[in-house]
Design a protein around this ligand. Structure first.
Ligand SMILES: Cc1cc2nc3c(=O)[nH]c(=O)nc-3n(C[C@H](O)[C@H](O)[C@H](O)COP(=O)(O)OP(=O)(O)OC[C@H]3O[C@@H](n4cnc5c(N)ncnc54)[C@H](O)[C@@H]3O)c2cc1C
Length: 443
């Protein structure tokens, strides 16, 4: 007897293995297992779960959407609180805020819901990503480059603390908890049961320009990109992507930009690449549907695959960075692997928000190595390790959302933010009920 409304499994019970691991996106799954799984039905279950963990001497792990590449929610000797049932959404037209449960999927659930009200929230690119982990890590949502981190639009959240109390936190209520929650991701020491998010008016139309280059032009294109990215306005999301188009057998380098103000003029800088005339294809300033953009994301990150991801915020001149980056765009280890060089120039031109998320530069490199069988794992791992080793000298730190600190530790907060985070954590979770990062960040 557990007294929970939701379901509860001990290790060894029928259904335990499914409950522990079946909702994980990455099919390269670690052998770590919790002691028990609680699929909570409501916040009172979560609070009771945290108190039970204290009584039994377990730590508490949390799962919302199950999309962390490194399966952060699987920890030994924990009570795993699975928030799969926390999918409530409720829009308040007076405040233009939306309340969302942490297992709501940004693109599949929240976006169509908000579209019905003519509103938008910058959800994660792949529509299946859960809001819980996405928001706590900061959240690189659509046009993060111009609109900022998704976590900046959190108005308030409800949190079950390490002592099993349900509290609200915001800029004014429990501000220490609110500060720590926005950026600490899997290091957070509480369970968020609901977020209230500020929404924005839905864009009227989207315009996209896409230039596909042969990879032998990668040095020229990346050199140009390093400068030209500064010329695009903040309404434009911009990335250079290395990938292999299905059926083609050889990689290409794509420079892709989406304008959220609908104006072709905002994309004009893409035509200034000195080798633009040598692009294999160029689709310039075409109108595009958000649904099509999301469908492309779903195709690029297929389910039931074995993923290895890593990333770095880079700082350096083109002459330093381009040689370090080129192989990661020209020589991909598997047909489905893709790499991204994203730009955050407008974000760096403003006063940084006061939250624990505090490591960032204007250039973001991420690699997503996608295998299909365990036999490919060693090759995928070594390719990614080599790619990250080349860029590591220029890394100012990493984004938790695409990291695996057990493999390559990096900085996740500034020194000042890290000290503050530790101070708040000690005060809020003195017994270490929440296990903290899996693998130690560099500080
Ligand atoms: C296909 C794919 C595409 C992605 N695209 C993007 C993208 O565009 N932008 C981006 O920023 N990231 C992206 N990511 C990364 C993703 O945002 C992170 O992996 C994030 O952790 C996923 O959240 P989740 O709730 O689904 O994951 P989970 O694995 O459920 O959560 C990860 C960890 O976060 C913590 N956590 C989650 N929910 C809570 C909660 N309610 N309370 C307390 N702690 C909690 C826990 O420590 C948990 O183990 C992508 C990932 C995938 C697999």
């Amino acid at each position: 007897m557990t007294g929970f409304t939701g379901a509860f499994w001990r290790n060894g019970d029928t259904g335990f293995d499914d409950a522990a691991a079946s909702r994980l996106f990455n099919h390269r799954r670690p052998s770590r297992r919790p002691a028990v799984v609680l699929r909570a039905a409501h916040a009172a279950d979560v609070a009771a779960g945290v108190r039970l963990a204290a009584a039994e001497g377990w730590k508490v792990a949390v799962r919302s959407g199950g999309h962390s590449w490194a399966a952060w929610s699987l920890r030994e000797d924990t009570l795993l609180i699975d928030l799969a049932l926390f999918t409530r959404m409720s829009y308040d037209p007076d405040s233009a805020t939306v309340a969302v449960g942490p297992a709501v999927r940004g693109g599949l659930d929240l976006d169509p819901y908000l579209a019905g009200y003519g509103r938008f929230f910058a959800v994660g690119h792949a529509p299946t990503v859960g809001m819980g982990g996405f928001l706590l890590q900061g959240g690189i949502g659509w046009n993060c480059r111009g609109w900022g981190w998704a976590a900046e639009s959190i108005e308030s959240m409800d949190v079950v603390t390490a002592d099993g109390e349900l509290v609200r936190c915001s800029e004014t209520d429990n501000p220490d908890l609110f500060w720590a929650a926005r950026g600490s991701g899997p290091g957070f020491f509480g369970v968020v049961t609901e977020f209230r998010l500020r929404t924005r008016p839905r864009f009227r139309e989207l315009t996209q320009s896409t230039y596909v280059y042969p990879v032998w032009l990668a040095p020229e294109v990346l050199n140009w990109y390093h400068m030209a990215r500064h010329d695009l306005p903040s309404s434009v999301e911009l990335a250079a992507v290395g990938c292999t188009p299905p059926g083609s057998g050889s990689p290409v380098l794509i420079v892709d930009a989406v304008s959220f103000d609908g104006g072709p003029v905002s994309l004009a800088a893409l035509g200034t690449c000195p080798v633009a005339g040598k692009a294999l294809t160029a689709n310039v300033a075409q109108q595009v549907d958000f649904a099509d953009l999301q469908a492309a994301q779903l195709r690029s990150s297929p389910e039931y695959h074995r993923y290895f991801a890593d990333n770095a915020f880079l700082a350096g001149s083109a002459s330093e960075l381009v040689p370090a980056l080129v192989p990661a765009f020209t020589d991909l280890p598997t047909p489905k692997t893709f790499t991204v060089l994203g730009d955050f120039t407008p974000l760096l031109c403003r006063r940084p928000p006061d939250m624990s998320l505090s490591v960032q530069t204007d250039l973001y490199f991420a690699a997503y190595v996608i295998g299909e069988t365990p036999e490919e794992d060693a090759w995928c791992r070594s390719w990614l390790d080599a790619a990250m080793e080349r860029v590591a000298p220029y890394s100012a730190g990493c984004y938790l959302g695409d990291s695996d600190l057990t493999v390559r530790p990096d900085r996740v907060m500034s020194d000042a933010a890290w000290s503050e985070f530790q101070r708040i954590r000690t005060a809020r979770d003195p017994e270490g009920r929440f296990p903290g990062y899996l693998g130690a960040p560099v500080q």
